[in-house]
Design a protein around this ligand. Sequence first.
Ligand code: FAD
Length: 487
Amino acid sequence: MINNSYDVIIIGGGVVGCATARELTKYDLKIALLEKSTDICAGQSKANTAIIHGGYDAKPGTKKAYYNVLGNKMFGKVCEELDVPHEWNGSLVVSFESDQDDKIFELYQRGQKNGVPNLGIIKHDEIMRREPNINPEARLALDVQNGGICCPYELTIAYAENAAKNGADFFRSSQVTSIRRENEAWIVETPSQIFSCKAVVNCAGMYSDEIHNMVSKDKLSIQPRRGEYYLIDKKYASAFHSAIFQVPGKMGKGILIARTVDGTTLVGPTAEDIQDKTDTRTTAEGLSKALAGAKITWPSLPTRAFITTFSGLRSHCDRDDFVIGKVSDAPLFFDAAGVESPGLTSSPAIGFELAEMVAQALNSGKNDKFDPIRKGIPKFRELSNETRAKLIADNSDFAKVVCRCETVTEAEIREAIRRPVGAVTVDGIKIRTRAGMGRCQAGFCTPRVLEILSEELNIPLEMVRKFGGDSKYVYGKIFEASEASHD
Ligand SMILES: Cc1cc2nc3c(=O)[nH]c(=O)nc-3n(C[C@H](O)[C@H](O)[C@H](O)COP(=O)(O)OP(=O)(O)OC[C@H]3O[C@@H](n4cnc5c(N)ncnc54)[C@H](O)[C@@H]3O)c2cc1C
């Protein structure tokens, strides 16, 4: 039995799916997004380098080049509307060996062809002036002035919150298991529900090949390509101003050093093709490659300042490009498949164009009530004492600091749960507030975060999960407190 009928169903709640949902709410359409994980932002969108790429790297004429350059131009406005942290601190692509110099000129030419504004090439002295911690062997650098950094999870969540505010429905823990055509409609099944809709948009990231292949004879294949990282403590936030790339290779943009908008510094990522689409382990081999590569850029890299390691999986498509748009042999079915890097940067443009394509195909008018503005959760750590005092006067939960490393208050955590498409797991709290992302990596705040989730969601502690599935923290009581008091 069909539970729900929609005009459009989006499959996948990563940055591309959520951007598309938000753009579609600008039209007069009934929209649902289905995400297989317990929360949105569960795939590539949560583990990447967070660079707003300039657009010099992709081959001219490819979809990657087109969407990167357009997405970069749209990025600032989207972040302003959605209150998402971002910074235009530029990128440098640096040669450290004489045989790499030609590549810098090649990237400059490529960037010109792609229409990247204000590209330049700078020499050793200027590189050293701008970035005194860089390896003094630095020779030439492509100066990418329109490069930047952003918060990828806040962007994904902000797109989703704004889409929900404008009427889109979000179904999490809803893995699409089959899609079929019946009476001019698409029937989309998850283990617990059956949906029908006029149009489908496939934004399933690593699994976008499987979703595409359910409806098309023109098969796609996605190869997982793992990237491993170290994360450096905020103490080194001023080590580099721009993101520092090395010359790219066949497997991607290479190892870089990049500050995040929160002041930590990313070192990595490696690029290794693997078999398992879920294998987000870090490995001794991968991390040592990341470290050796990073030391070329930053010889005095402070290894004692590493606070964690992690990996992300790129969804590399056998077409070696993004696959965006109508599927030729499936009516009203649209793909955003194989969106690997620079997919984060491209997300505003991909969402915008996909929504336009779908709305045109469905002959839909505009939604006059669309409100583009979303305000983020107040970040106590960034506020003046005066503003803090005002917040505490209104809500005493602002006076209770739960995560001491990142100064995240109970009020922020409760709001993260209460918002539309709110947090339902410990990791959901982490990506919405930064609780657990600091130096102690959740060592102190986890018990209180578990209690707050249990209270707000009205579930026992044993049911609170780290990221869904069986990722439990609490298995039951060892003894009652009353028994303990007799000892
Ligand atoms: C290591 C690494 C570094 C990167 N660095 C950058 C960078 O610096 N700058 C940049 O611009 N880009 C970067 N990228 C690329 C960027 O992260 C991705 O292009 C972008 O996040 C892709 O978003 P997405 O929504 O397509 O995919 P995802 O974020 O993977 O989302 C897909 C979603 O679909 C869901 N899903 C899958 N199957 C189903 C199903 N059957 N039913 C329902 N839901 C399903 C998944 O659970 C997931 O949540 C990087 C990527 C990686 C991995």
